[in-house]
Write a protein that binds this ligand. Structure first.
Ligand code: AMP
Length: 422
């Protein structure tokens, strides 16, 4: 019996893992520079946390959670997103105790029973950041600035933020009544899913990808025109802030985000070269969430971005996330040289990742393998016509080699890396 990985999951092999690590390092540099602290929460939580925190009407809760019963009969779910767990941890660890704003980020796997397709997996990684404790619109600007700055380091020229306001529960309720009326009069032109949404959550029709619904959606009244004075003022400050900081953005009144707890600012970040699947991530303000999770009324704003999407975008636009490191391989050609090789490797590791070939194969096959592995330098110990104290240092990128005393190998490889060897 041969096992296969589960649908919608991936094996990340060493070559790709290097890209992941470089992305991780770059993102963490920006997050640290903005003084956001890492938080690591468990991969599974009480199912009710997600039902409350993500919203019982959402696709995530209704059809996408990996839910199971443990040996004591408790219903647990693999986390489908990061924010609800961060809020749970914020409350449980009394992180709001001292007042002020807590700035947190996470990087890790999320699980959704989504239909696997290009850029959509059942296990995928997200970076997310949350600023909990400020209701001020400038905090929304900071979160958007953080997301854009983190992505801009990779680099990704041409990024754009699409921004909207979904109001707050009171002004949204009045708008939803208007929206329901408008949708009811065109009910028959809508797809089945949208027809069901009219009563439950009418703003979700803006998320519909069905071509048939598009003309109706185009004609619908928009939240922007129904915001109350406070929400409207908040939105204006966010827009002014984005302009002031020179962050490329445009208003898009169809962005409502799938999650129930958003208030006021909702945004997505797009990378146009990706075409149809250009959204790298998004976020928004969630002033009702902490309360929904059992805490005191506490405002918050955050974003999340998909790491597979970001890596795919980097690959597609030929902007490698990593400069490849100079790697070294030592080829001991007989048993006596193997321990010497393991010892020499310690010194060479100061210069770059170093492996010893212990396959016991011929020089020819070891050299071929070294070439295939992408190593820059091969150090050959025990070549036939060389004395015991000599080593051959071969620059695999140009196929040139030189003989050195074994004690001089490190200096020779260093010189080669610095462009003085040959
Ligand atoms: P969401 O939490 O649904 O707002 O998603 C935020 C970002 O996470 C998206 O823009 C994607 O980049 C990524 N994402 C969401 N779902 C998936 C998935 N099933 N597979 C891969 N990436 C995803």
């Amino acid at each position: 019996m041969r096992f296969q990985r589960q649908r919608g999951t991936q094996d990340i092999l060493p070559e790709q893992a290097r890209q992941w690590q470089a992305l991780d390092r770059s993102l963490r540099r920006t997050l640290a520079a903005f003084d956001y602290g890492e938080i690591r929460t468990p991969l599974f939580e009480d199912t009710q946390l997600f039902v409350r925190g993500v919203g019982s009407d959402t696709d995530i809760v209704q059809k996408e959670m990996y839910t199971f019963v443990d040996r004591k009969g408790r219903s647990l779910s693999l986390r489908p997103e990061g924010t609800a767990a961060v809020v749970r941890a914020y409350l449980e660890n009394q992180m709001g105790h001292e007042g002020g704003v807590r700035r947190l980020f996470y990087i890790g796997p999320m699980y959704r029973y989504d239909r696997p397709q290009a850029g959509r997996f059942r296990e995928f990684f997200q970076l997310g950041a949350e600023a909990i404790g400020s209701a001020e619109p400038e905090q929304d600007v900071e979160i958007i600035d953080l997301m854009m700055t983190a992505l801009a380091q990779l680099p990704m020229p041409g990024l754009e933020v699409e921004v909207n306001s979904v109001g707050h529960p009171e002004c949204r309720a009045a708008y939803e009544t208007r929206l329901r009326q408008a949708l009811a009069s065109e009910r028959t032109a809508l797809c089945g899913t949208c027809q069901e949404r009219i009563d439950a959550n009418p703003m979700r029709v803006f998320d519909c990808k069905n071509e048939a619904c598009r003309p109706v959606v185009q004609r619908l009244p928009r939240m922007r025109e129904h915001l109350c004075a406070e929400c409207s003022a908040h939105h204006d400050v966010v827009l002014a802030g984005l302009r002031e900081l020179g962050i490329p953005h445009r208003e898009n009144s169809t962005i409502v985000r799938g999650l129930d707890y958003y208030t006021r600012t909702a945004f997505e970040v797009h990378y146009p070269p990706l075409g149809a699947q250009s959204a790298l991530g998004g976020g928004g303000r969630y002033d009702g969430l902490v309360e929904a999770c059992g805490g005191p009324p506490t405002p918050g704003v955050g974003f999340s971005a998909g790491l597979e999407r970001i890596l795919f975008a980097l690959e597609k636009t030929h902007a490698p996330a990593v400069a490849t490191e100079d790697r070294i391989v030592i080829l001991p050609l007989d048993r006596e040289r193997r321990l010497q090789a393991l010892q020499l490797a310690h010194a060479l590791r100061e210069l770059g990742p170093t492996a010893v070939d212990l396959s016991g194969r011929s020089l020819k096959s070891q050299l071929r393998a070294a070439g295939r592995s992408g190593a820059r330098v091969a150090v050959i110990l025990g070549a036939e016509d060389r004395s015991a104290d000599e080593a051959v240092v071969r620059d695999l990128s140009v196929g040139v080699q030189a003989v050195h005393e074994r004690t001089g190998v490190v200096a020779a490889v260093r010189a080669l890396f610095q462009g003085q060897g040959g």
